[in-house]
Write a protein that binds this ligand. Structure first.
Ligand SMILES: O=C(O)[C@H](O)[C@@H](O)[C@@H](O)[C@H](O)CO
Ligand SMILES: [Mg+2]
Length: 382
């Protein structure tokens, strides 16, 4: 079997789907994308084509290593997202050829169902209580929200109180009947992280995500020393070579590699194994589309230390397109009592509505995240 064609489709709300065709008619789908840089990743996928056309899609490991090493320069958000989506599509092809869901090719199920969580509250966390109530009625009991709005490197007690009050309201409304993670989203600089973590401690969030920016990873162990709140990060780390420094330094209780940013299934399985060796939990990041989510789930169902899975149904980014809009087998993505079952169709288990994808790709908007500014006019981390 040989790879004969790669086609990318940028589609609303902010995703990109990749179709890899073979000379025997087997097709694989991937989701190579960096939110807000879809066109850049699209060019990177096109630049990877010479390594793939005419090659045997079964040789995923060789194709992965060639894409990673052959161009001399390597790593980073763009190239690793391009490799990620291609890798996903190659696993999709392999599963279809072998008539097996990908998790079976990864050693089979390590659990019967996977715990999912849902975003609440949007960019500027508001009316969270109602949002949690609605989602709880649908069976979720684990949530994530932004921990704060924009925050200065040195901000006020009032700004800290505002962030803490929101969390206090949640505990007052729901007690310990729900769990929630707080995503600092890189908005909190090191000087403020300690204060916020200390003030949030009594409310016992399930985790705090990106307590500081990934480029400040050396703070993770120091922050972990001063809080009992589990610290999580990983969506802006792109290979096992980046994660290894974090495992060695310690500080993270949970790693959140993104299956569409960190080299795909092949790489994230290696990151998951490294994490297990350090007793670090796995909670793949996935605010994206169905192929990215399916790829996460196959890794989750084959990884002992997978504890939680993000999914984008109803997320505040999904304007103009929802998680399952391009999926024919929507019933396979049902979430019951906050859990998903394994995807059992051959490959990744996503039956893509290609007509809808092609139609939606005709005038897909170029999604960009908002540019926030502090009161003094300087750019704020979004
Ligand atoms: O935890 C999450 O889902 C992420 O922080 C998410 O909010 C961002 O990755 C966003 O997709 C960037 O455009
Ligand atoms: Mg996040």
């Amino acid at each position: 079997m040989k790879i004969i064609k790669l086609t990318t489709y940028r589609v609303p709300p902010r995703w990109m789907l990749l179709k890899i065709e073979t000379d025997e008619g087997v097709v694989g789908w991937g989701e190579p994308v960096i939110e807000g840089r879809a066109r850049t990743v699209e060019t990177a996928v096109q630049e990877m084509e010479p390594y793939l056309i005419g090659q045997d899609p079964a040789r995923i490991n060789d194709l992965w290593q060639t894409m990673y090493r052959a161009g001399f320069y390597r790593g980073g958000a763009i190239l690793m997202s391009a490799i990620a989506g291609i890798d996903q599509a190659l696993w999709d092809i392999k599963g279809k050829v072998m008539g097996q869901p990908v998790h079976q090719l990864l050693g089979g199920l390590v659990r019967d169902r996977m715990k999912m969580y849902s975003w609440v509250g949007g960019d500027r966390p508001s009316d969270i209580i109602e949002h949690i109530r609605t989602l709880r009625a649908g069976g979720f009991n684990t949530f994530k929200m932004n921990g704060t709005e924009e925050l200065g490197m040195l901000d006020t007690a009032a700004a800290v109180d505002k962030a803490v009050e929101r969390v206090a309201e949640i505990r007052a409304a729901f007690g310990n009947s729900i769990e929630f993670g707080l995503d600092f989203h890189g908005r909190v600089a090191a000087p403020m992280a300690k204060t916020l973590l200390r003030e949030l401690e009594p409310y016992r969030p399930l985790f705090v995500e990106e307590p500081v920016l990934a480029e400040q990873a050396e703070y993770y162990p120091r922050l972990a020393e001063m809080t009992s709140i589990p610290l999580a990060a990983g969506e802006r780390m792109y290979s096992r070579f980046e994660f290894k420094h974090v495992f060695q330094a310690g500080g993270l209780s949970i790693v959140q590699p993104d299956l569409s940013h960190a080299g795909g299934i092949t790489e994230c399985m290696k990151i998951a194994a490294m994490a297990e060796a350090y007793d670090v939990a796995l909670a793949p990041h996935c605010p994206l589309g169905p192929v990215a989510l399916a790829s996460c789930l196959h890794v989750d169902f084959a990884s002992y230390n997978a504890v939680l899975q993000e999914q984008s149904m109803g997320i505040h980014y999904n304007r103009g397109g929802e998680l399952l809009d391009y999926v024919i087998n929507k019933e396979d993505f049902r979430i019951t009592d906050g859990y998903m079952q394994p995807l059992t169709k051959p490959g990744l288990g996503v039956v893509v509505d290609e007509e809808k994808v092609i139609e939606a790709s005709r005038n897909a908007p170029d999604w960009r995240n908002p540019i926030w500014r502090h009161a003094d006019g300087s750019v704020a981390e979004w």
